[in-house]
Design a binder for this molecule. Structure first.
Ligand code: TIU
Length: 220
C-alpha cells in the first residue's frame, strides 16, 4: 500500500489497481494554431507543464502502473460531434475546420496527436473521446473494471474542463481520484486554483490533490 502526503489528508492506493490518466496533452491544446489558441488562449502555460507530466509518466512506468492517455477528438464526418458542441464558444476556428495542424480536433490529424515528449508507449491505452469527460462514448468504464482498476491519478489539460469533468465522472462511477496538481494546467490560473480548492474542500468530495514530489516520495 502506497501512502501519499495529499490534501485534504493522506491518500492510500495499491499500485496494482491504479492507473495514471493523462488527459488531452495533444497539440490541439498545447501548440499555437490549435483549438486552444483558436479559442483566444495563450498556450504557453500548458506547454510549461510538459516536463512535469513527462516525469510523472516516467514514475508511473517505472512503478508499472497502468498508463492511459486521452485525446479529445472527433470523427472526420463529425458524426460524434453534436451541433450544440460544434457551436459552443466563439473560436476563430471551429471543430473540423482546417487549421495549420490539420482539421481542428479531428482524429488522425497532426494537431490531434499527443505531443512527442509524452507520446504513448506500446501497451499503454489511448482513448479517443468526443466529450470533455473521458467516459462518454469511449467504453473506458468497462475497460477499467475489466482491468481491476480502482484508483485513478489524474494529470493533463485543462484542469477545470476535461480533467475535472473526468475526475467527477470517475467518482460517480466508483473510481477513486487523485489529481497531481503540478501536472495539470488551465489557460486561466484562477480557474486552476479554484478547481484544486474545489477538489480539496468538503473533505475531498470528489477526490484529493497531491504534488508530484509527494507522489514520488511515497514510492520510496
Ligand atoms: N477549452 C478548454 O479549456 N478545454 C477543452 O476544450 N478541452 C480540454 O480541457 N481538454
Amino acid at each position: 500500500m502506497i501512502q501519499v502526503d495529499a490534501r485534504p489528508g493522506a491518500y492510500r492506493f495499491e499500485p496494482a489497481t491504479t492507473a495514471l490518466v493523462v488527459i488531452d496533452m495533444q497539440r490541439d491544446f498545447l501548440d499555437p494554431g490549435g483549438f486552444g489558441a483558436a479559442l483566444g488562449n495563450d498556450v504557453a502555460p500548458l506547454r510549461a507543464i510538459v516536463p512535469v507530466v513527462a516525469d510523472l509518466l516516467a514514475l508511473a512506468r517505472h512503478q508499472s502502473l497502468t498508463v492511459i492517455h486521452t485525446r479529445e477528438s472527433h470523427a472526420p464526418d463529425l458524426s460524434d460531434c453534436p451541433p450544440a458542441k460544434h457551436q459552443q464558444g466563439k473560436p476563430g476556428l471551429r471543430i473540423g475546420d482546417p487549421g495549420p495542424m490539420g482539421r481542428i480536433l479531428i482524429r488522425g490529424e497532426p494537431g490531434n496527436q499527443i505531443v512527442p515528449e509524452l507520446a504513448p508507449l506500446d501497451g499503454e491505452w489511448v482513448i479517443d473521446k468526443p466529450g470533455k469527460g473521458m467516459f462518454y462514448a469511449t467504453g473506458l468504464d468497462r475497460r477499467l473494471r475489466d482491468a481491476g482498476i480502482e484508483t485513478l491519478l489524474f494529470a493533463g489539460v485543462t484542469t477545470e474542463v476535461c480533467v475535472q469533468t473526468s475526475m467527477r465522472e470517475a467518482c460517480d462511477r466508483g473510481f477513486r481520484g487523485l489529481l497531481i496538481e503540478d501536472a495539470t494546467e488551465s489557460y486561466f490560473p484562477d480557474f486552476k486554483r479554484a478547481t484544486l480548492e474545489m477538489v480539496v474542500a468538503q473533505g475531498g468530495i470528489v477526490g484529493q490533490v497531491a504534488g508530484l514530489a509527494a507522489l514520488r516520495a511515497a514510492f520510496r
